[in-house]
Each structure stands twice: as C-alpha cells, then as structure tokens.
Design a protein around this ligand. Structure first.
Ligand SMILES: Nc1ncnc2c1ncn2[C@@H]1O[C@H](COP(=O)(O)OP(=O)(O)OP(=O)(O)O)[C@@H](O)[C@H]1O
Length: 273
C-alpha cells in the first residue's frame, strides 16, 4: 500500500492511493521495451507554445498516463504523437521508424466531448467501424469481423445492448463501446484521451482491467488522465506535463513533491503519509 495525500489550495482533498491487486498486474519489466521514442517534440498553436521540447519514451507492456493541470498540453501531446496536430519540432518514432508511417498499428479513442453522439448508429455498428481498416468500407464484413466484434462487446460487457442507438447510452456505456471498437482494431498501440471523465465506477474498473490485460499482451497503452486521485495507482508509468515535460518514468519516480509542485505551480501539495 502506498499512501499519498494531496491538499489542493481551493478544495482540500485527502486521497489514499491503493496499489492495484498483484493479479491485475501481469505486465512486468521483463517484457517492457521502449516502443515509442519522442524527441524534442514541440507544438505551437499559431504563435502560442502548447508544448516545448518533450523527450520521453513510452514502453510496451505498460499502462502509461499523461498527467498535468488543465491546459498543460496533455491532449496536445497525444494528438501530436498521432499526427493530428502539426508539430513545430522533433520526431516520434515507433520501433525506430516514424510512427506517422505506421498509424495502422494505432487505435485511438478521442475525448467523449469530441464525438457526435447523435450519429444514427447502433452499438454494433459503431464497434464494427473498428474493422474498416482491416476490411475496407466497400467489402461486406466477414464472419471473422463479426466474431471479433461479438467478442469485443462481450469483453466490455455490452453485448446485451448491441442493438441500442449509441446516443441512448450512458456516458460509461458509450466509453465501453468505444473501447470495444478500439479492441476490434487489433492494434499494437492504444491511445485514450480522458476515458474516465464522467463515467461510473463499474466502467472504470472494467476499463482498467482491460488496459492491464492488453499490457500483459505487451501492447503499448497511452492514456490522458487529469484526475490525480485514486486512479493514479492503476498506471505503471507517468508523463507529467505543464507545457513542457516535468517528469517521466515509473509512477513512484514521477509522483514526488517537487515534481507535483512544479507541474501544478504550487496549487497541489504532496504529503507522504
Ligand atoms: N486547436 C487549438 N488551437 C489553439 N489553441 C489550442 C488548441 N488546442 C489546444 N489549445 C491550447 O493549447 C494548450 C494545451 O491544450 P490541451 O487541450 O492540450 O491541454 P490539456 O492538458 O489536455 O487540457 P485539459 O486538461 O483542460 O483538457 C491550451 O492552452 C489550449 O488552450
């Protein structure tokens, strides 16, 4: 058990961070290797610097969280890695080749707020869309694809709701559907932007279980998360940002008083309990 408590200047908060059960952590350092190498990455929006000179590695076989305060550049870092925003400097390599040339290896789930939930599609349709890259739009979906979709829906506990319009689901259910869609892509790299925002505890538990199963399969998981609370314990490695890289490494290495003070401009204080 690791006890960490945080005191926020405007909203006093004491948090006990518990280690996840050992059985949920099948990933080991033995099979973890640097999958993604980020060097000197910078992003500007017009003249405003959003990120400057970020250098870090993201390992396979680990669940890596991108943390930092509002506006720290967390989503920007993920989008820059995926080529969704132009970078002003640096490069992103996956297995020593530009990741941009290997985007077929990536499954990306954007923030829920960026998705049009009025789109007239059922849960099944949305998850099947994950297969398009493998099968193409014009080809009818194969028996294999249908089986992959069925298994993904079962894995996230959404099989019973497969015929429901996506817009009629709760936030947590929608997030699970998008996780299922990502699973059907059978990718090597999984990127999630704020998957835990406004979802129920059951969904959070399911998502973290699947994250750790994927890590145990030596997949690479990158997750933007703004909640510096109990869920932090589910991450193996962290990237802590505040418009620049504050710290990166294992959760224990990154969550120090000095790093948190620098990242949150003194608005979060850290006490080892
Ligand atoms: N498309 C854009 N055009 C201009 N500025 C942007 C754009 N997207 C983000 N920014 C700015 O870049 C900075 C980083 O934004 P980003 O969304 O990456 O931060 P974040 O850490 O993900 O924040 P949050 O936790 O609030 O989602 C912010 O100052 C933001 O206003």
């Amino acid at each position: 058990m690791q006890n960490i408590s945080f005191y926020e200047k405007f909203s006093p908060l004491r948090i006990q961070v518990e280690e996840t059960p050992t059985q949920a952590r099948k990933s080991t350092d033995m099979n973890s290797t640097a999958a993604i190498n980020i060097s000197h990455l910078g992003v500007h929006y017009r003249t405003q610097k959003a990120l400057g000179d970020v250098n870090c590695i993201i390992k396979s076989g680990k669940v890596t969280g991108i943390f930092g305060p509002n506006g720290a550049g967390k989503s920007t870092l993920m989008k820059a890695i995926l080529g969704l925003v132009p970078i002003s400097s640096g490069q992103v390599l996956y297995k020593n080749q530009p990741l941009m040339q290997q985007l077929d290896q990536v499954a990306y789930v954007p923030q829920r707020s960026q998705i049009d939930w009025n789109y007239p599609a059922t849960v099944w349709d949305v998850v099947m869309m994950g297969r398009v890259r493998k099968t193409g739009w014009l080809r009818s979906f194969s028996t294999v694809s249908r089986q992959v979709v069925k298994e993904a829906l079962e894995r996230v506990g959404m099989k019973e709701l497969q015929n429901r319009p996506i817009g009629e689901l709760s936030g947590g259910q929608q997030q699970r559907v998008f996780l299922a869609r990502a699973l059907t892509q059978q990718a090597e790299i999984f990127c999630f932007d704020e998957p835990f925002l406004g979802i129920d505890q059951k969904t959070q538990t399911i998502i973290f279980e699947i994250f750790h199963e994927l890590a145990a399969e030596n997949k690479t998981l990158l997750v933007v998360n703004h909640d510096l609370g109990q869920s932090t314990a589910h991450f193996d490695d962290l990237i802590l940002l505040n418009c620049e890289l504050i710290a990166t490494g294992s959760r224990q290495e990154v969550l120090t008083e000095e790093n948190l003070h620098r990242a949150y401009n003194g608005k979060v204080m850290y006490f080892a309990a």
